[in-house]
Design a protein around this ligand. Structure first.
Ligand SMILES: *Cc1c(COP(=O)(O)O)cnc(C)c1O
Length: 392
């Protein structure tokens, strides 16, 4: 049996149509997009077409789109770049939250060496940041606020436009990591009211190693990577033309099919939970559930397992046991797999360590089927019951 892949928040398979679109730029049209000759110009046209499509999907100007190596680089570039200009004007605070991706938290921490003061805004038990909480910490000392659109471990959606408004009232810049929302929710930089936004192709069935930093025209900011004059001197390095073409193709297709895919995720989620309720009622809880005011995406689901008496299990063992049964899930951020640490996101939401350690993340993709959901839920039920009975 083929493994059932339920780890789409870690990465998604490359769409064959996207791959098709990329191939010519590996072969016939493989010139450097900055070369002045006709072959270079051909590559350049492909890059600028891609930039225009991406800008139009995001409601941005093409000049506001900077190609990077992915979500991690975009997050680093936004935070460091704004901090460096704002710090000179006496603003040294970086406001973020404990449930951000490490691509945001680690640069914020690293910038302490340069005088930054990272501040973590309160996160609600449901896993979102409330505007009141941000208003409590944001002030005239704030350089940048970085809060994610959709959380990659629990799927909660932050009210970005309202949060950005609070940052702007204090004269601070607002960045959002939209890696998990682009292609899933409407992502329009004007509606979201953001100055900087990160996205990554491989989370939406595009190639790995390519992403975008949206930087609103006029935002003071210093590049992270200095080199050639590419990207109007905002990001040095030879452009990855096939990947850029792939990113635009993946985003265009995801946007086109967005509503149908969301409906499919809803159906898959319902099927999974229904089957779990049939076999595992009383043995699990959805992490962060219980606050109907907080919206969440349907394709990311974080579950905590326990016996009806409250006994927890080892989530890492659960993941490995499911893997043996050909069900591929995650115990949170793929970047920390291998290290037996509880998810910083679950801890950041106030979930106790033993419950965080007893949790797994299931993330659904558009090629998953309802049958796979049923099968995965039955397998999870069997493995969880076996593990809990062995441990009593
Ligand atoms: C995957 C992910 C990233 C990192 O993106 P890469 O392109 O893999 O560097 C950043 N933020 C979030 C929320 C992610 O899910």
């Amino acid at each position: 049996m083929e493994p059932i892949y339920l780890d789409h928040a870690a990465t998604t398979p490359l769409d064959p149509e996207v791959f098709e679109a990329m191939i010519p730029y590996f072969t016939d049209a493989s010139a450097n997009a900055n070369s002045a000759h006709q072959l270079g110009r051909r590559a350049k046209v492909a890059v600028e077409d891609a930039r225009e499509s991406i800008a139009s999907i995001l409601g941005a100007e093409p000049s506001e789109i900077i190609f990077t190596s992915g979500g991690t680089e975009s997050d680093n570039a936004a935070i460091r770049g704004v901090f460096e200009t704002a710090h000179r004007k006496g603003r040294s605070q970086i406001v973020t939250s404990a449930i951000e991706h490490h691509a945001v938290i680690h640069p914020a921490e690293c910038l302490k060496l340069a005088g930054a003061k990272p501040v973590y805004v309160e996160v609600s038990p449901a896993g979102s940041v409330l505007p009141e909480a941000l208003a409590n910490v944001c002030g005239k000392q704030t350089a940048i606020v970085s809060l994610m659109h959709v959380n990659n471990e629990v799927g909660t959606v932050n009210p970005i436009a309202e949060l950005a408004d609070i940052a702007h009232q204090q004269g601070a810049y607002f960045h959002t990591d939209a890696v998990q929302s682009v292609g899933k929710l409407p992502v329009n930089v004007k509606d979201l009211n953001v100055d900087f936004l990160s996205l990554s192709a491989h989370k939406l069935n595009g190639p790995k190693g390519i992403g975008v930093l949206f930087a609103k025209n006029g935002s003071p900011w210093i590049p992270l990577i200095h080199g050639g004059s590419q990207e109007k001197r905002r990001r040095g390095g030879t452009l990855n033309v096939p990947a850029i073409v792939g990113l635009a193709a993946a985003m265009t297709k995801a946007e086109h099919q967005r509503e149908a895919r969301m409906a499919h995720y809803q159906g898959c989620r319902a099927q999974l939970l229904e089957t779990l309720d049939q076999h595992l009622n009383g043995y699990y809880a959805i992490n962060g559930d219980g606050d109907s005011d907080v919206s969440r995406v349907p394709h990311i689901l974080n579950l905590c397992f326990h016996s009806p008496e409250g006994q927890t299990l080892d989530g890492e063992m659960l993941l490995l046991n499911l893997d043996i049964e050909n069900v591929c899930v995650s115990n949170g951020s793929a970047c920390t797999s291998g290290a037996l640490e509880p998810s910083h996101v679950l801890l950041g939401m106030g979930i106790p360590t033993d419950q965080a350690m007893s949790s797994i993340r299931i993330s659904i993709g558009h090629s998953n089927t309802l049958d796979e959901m049923t099968h995965a839920a039955k397998t999870i039920s069997n493995v969880v019951k076996r593990m809990l009975s062995l441990s009593t």
